[in-house]
Design a protein around this ligand. Structure first.
Ligand code: PEP
Ligand code: MN
Length: 363
């Protein structure tokens, strides 16, 4: 199956001012009133934000919570477009939402985390967008399943949506973490690697769930080379009808953006490129050596498996594994390698050995 995506680069969408990275989408969690929508847009427009977000239909956990103002909010977004010349976007979760957005001239839509997790809805949205030129940003699904995320991109792409991007907003977790959603940055990094043309945004607001985390999470996204940010901003967050604790007033968003160090993706500097090239070659050589060592280790482990089988001995000897791990953790510490890292590496190696020995026992 063809798993490539046919993407029009974000620089050709005509949405963002690329001269001052990152690309920024900002606006309230929800459109609440015409006044709130216009006041917030004015504050953001004043310091050069070009793309405005506001939720019109809100997916809420509990019935009876504020579920969005519905179609009337689209008229307010149209007014933002007319008055400030900003591009406007909102979340769609059904074909009906898409048709309403088309009717009101919404420039871009995003698919929320709960919807990305539902292929029926994603397909319905993709079909409704078929003959349009509207860019679509796909938030990660609530659960950490990269294939579900990619599947949504594929459905949209097959329906002809080529102005595609993703928004990393973190993943639901039952673990105790400081954030509202677990960042699991490696998922977005993997998407970047697989689809270099795909613009990747971070949503530090829903990831952090609190104002104080917006800056550090945004900086982390910049350090990882994300293209842009979607940040919630409200003219009066304390009165917000949804996500009050994570929204920034426009002025604080301006300061937050100014504080970011944006890393360049590449440079023409010859000295830098030569040094990086040499260091990467050294890494490649070490990686090959590591693989050879792992293979030798596995060969020995299989021999041990054969002996265990011949003498009818159980595969896992817990005390032996505990002593390997604690000795490696101790040595690792001397080399400045964290316990977490050493444990992860050796657990993976041990699991593969046990699997191989199991196969020998069964064979
Ligand atoms: C939102 O962006 O307002 C939203 C509901 O986000 P998510 O789908 O990431 O929860
Ligand atoms: Mn929100």
């Amino acid at each position: 199956m063809d798993r490539n995506l046919d993407i029009i680069p974000v620089s050709k969408w005509g949405f963002f001012d690329e001269s001052i990275p990152p690309l920024v989408i900002a606006g309230p969690c929800s459109a609440e009133s015409e006044l709130q929508v216009m006041m917030t847009a004015k504050g953001l427009h004043e310091f050069g934000i070009h793309v405005y977000r506001a939720g019109i239909w809100k997916p809420r956990t509990h019935p009876g919570s504020f579920e969005g103002v519905g179609t009337q909010g689209l008229k307010w977004l149209r007014k933002v477009k007319e008055e400030f010349g900003m591009k406007v976007c909102t979340e769609v979760a059904s074909e009906k939402h898409v048709f309403e957005c088309i009717k009101y001239g919404i420039d871009m839509v995003w698919i929320g985390a709960r919807t990305t997790a539902n292929p029926f809805l994603v397909q319905e949205i993709a079909d409704a967008l078929q003959d349009t030129d509207i860019p679509v940003l796909v938030k990660n699904p609530v659960n950490p399943d990269i294939d579900l995320w990619i599947g949504a991109l594929e459905r949209l792409n097959r329906a002809g949506v080529k102005k595609l991007g993703v928004i990393h907003r973190g993943f639901s977790t039952s673990e105790k973490i400081p954030y509202r959603n677990n960042p699991l940055w490696q998922f977005a990094v993997e998407l970047r690697t697989r689809y270099p043309e795909l613009p990747v945004f971070a949503d530090p607001s829903h990831m952090g769930g609190a104002r104080k985390y917006v800056q550090p999470l945004s900086q982390r996204a910049m350090d990882l080379g994300f293209d842009g940010l979607m940040v919630e901003s409200h003219c009066d967050p304390s009165c917000a009808l949804s996500d009050a604790s994570q929204q920034l007033v426009p002025e604080d968003l301006r300061k937050m953006l100014e504080s970011l160090t944006v890393r360049r993706k590449s440079t023409d500097d010859k000295e830098y490129n030569d040094s990086i090239g040499q260091l990467r070659t050294q890494i490649d050589v070490i990686d090959e050596n590591l693989l050879e060592l792992l293979k030798s280790r596995m060969d020995i482990s299989k021999k041990i498996g054969g002996f265990k089988k011949a003498h009818n001995i159980a595969i896992v000897q817990a005390s032996r594994w505990d002593s390997i791990l604690s000795s490696m953790i101790g040595k690792g510490r001397e080399y400045g390698l964290s316990e977490e890292f050493v444990t992860a590496v050796f657990t993976a190696i041990h699991e593969a050995s046990v699997d191989a020995q199991n196969k020998i026992l069964e064979g």
